[in-house]
Design a protein around this ligand. Structure first.
Ligand SMILES: NC(=O)c1ccc[n+]([C@@H]2O[C@H](COP(=O)([O-])OP(=O)(O)OC[C@H]3O[C@@H](n4cnc5c(N)ncnc54)[C@H](OP(=O)(O)O)[C@@H]3O)[C@@H](O)[C@H]2O)c1
Length: 259
């Protein structure tokens, strides 16, 4: 890669992560794009290079596995220093907890929690001694409230928000920026993989993937600890803070019945 600033984005093969990669390339940053789907990453790299003359390095890795996480951790430690790491890869599953396949529980914790924590650790280990850089962790409004019929997903995102807030405070005195991005319902491949829809939700509650990614990049630029794109999603955050827990659980259950 040349002398441009370099950003690594996990989950860049579709949805919000693809938009991160596109926006970063449009702004002149070289991108290291991580996901399992190598073909999708290569298509993106070709298109971005043709349009913007920006190099996208394709790093195929399965973040469910320790070997896949090691590939990303090693790229962060050994390659050209990264200016931004975006931990975006993740997925959800909806239905009664007892019906969630054990493999799905394990994979979700591996990708949403373990991989994100280890990649965050590698990013900060490289950035803190340099006194510069940014880490953007994609959480969710799901992290603000419990999620009956989405229990594991909500718990993984509560982890992401909590971890990221702590890291924000640890990194702040060293000049390294750390932000949790908490989107709400955003039509992407997420719904296809989770086998849910957004049809039962009012249009105003649904956000656009490009807008979400742009909000996250602006937030990490100004070192905002938590970014919640869209007014309805900010209401969810405040509700999670002020409403009685029993009421939040019931409202959340009603909403998740509709998706
Ligand atoms: N869409 C929403 O409504 C919504 C709301 C709040 C938060 N989020 C969060 O936003 C993030 C991005 O999701 P999205 O909505 O953009 O969904 P998406 O379109 O399904 O994209 C998910 C990305 O994660 C990657 N990924 C999944 N499992 C992986 C694995 N084992 N190893 C490596 N990469 C993996 C996928 O790539 P491959 O399949 O190619 O590996 C894909 O690039 C997730 O963390 C999600 O929880 C989404």
């Amino acid at each position: 890669m040349n002398g441009r600033s370099v950003a690594l984005v996990t989950g860049a093969s579709s949805g919000i992560g693809e938009q991160f990669a596109r926006l970063l390339a449009e702004a002149g940053h070289a991108v290291v794009a991580v996901a399992r789907n190598r073909q999708a990453l290569e298509r993106l790299a070709l298109e971005v290079h043709d349009r913007h003359g920006i190099e996208v390095e394709v790093l195929a890795a399965d973040l469910e596995t320790p070997a896949g996480v090691a590939v990303v951790v090693q790229r962060i430690a050994d390659g050209a220093p990264l200016d931004l790491v975006v931990n975006n890869a993740g997925f959800g599953w909806y239905g009664p907890f007892g019906e969630q396949p054990a493999a799905s529980v394990e994979a979700m914790v591996a990708v949403n929690v373990t991989a994100l924590a280890l990649v965050s650790r590698a990013a900060l280990a490289s950035m803190l001694p340099r006194g510069r850089g940014g880490l953007l962790n994609v959480s969710s409004t799901a992290g603000f409230v419990p999620g009956p019929r989405g229990a594991v997903y909500h718990a993984t995102k509560a982890f992401v928000t909590s971890l990221t807030e702590s890291l924000h405070e640890e990194a702040r005195p060293h000049g390294v920026r750390v932000t949790a991005l908490c989107p709400g319902f955003t039509p992407t491949g997420f719904q296809r993989r989770a086998e849910v829809g957004t049809d039962g939700l009012p249009g105003f509650a649904v956000t656009d993937a490009r807008m979400v990614a742009a909000a996250g990049l602006a937030a990490v630029e100004r070192n905002q600890a938590i970014c919640v794109p869209g007014v309805p999603n900010r209401v969810v955050r405040v509700a999670g803070q002020v409403m009685p827990r029993a009421l939040i659980r019931r409202v959340s259950a009603r909403v998740l019945e509709r998706i």
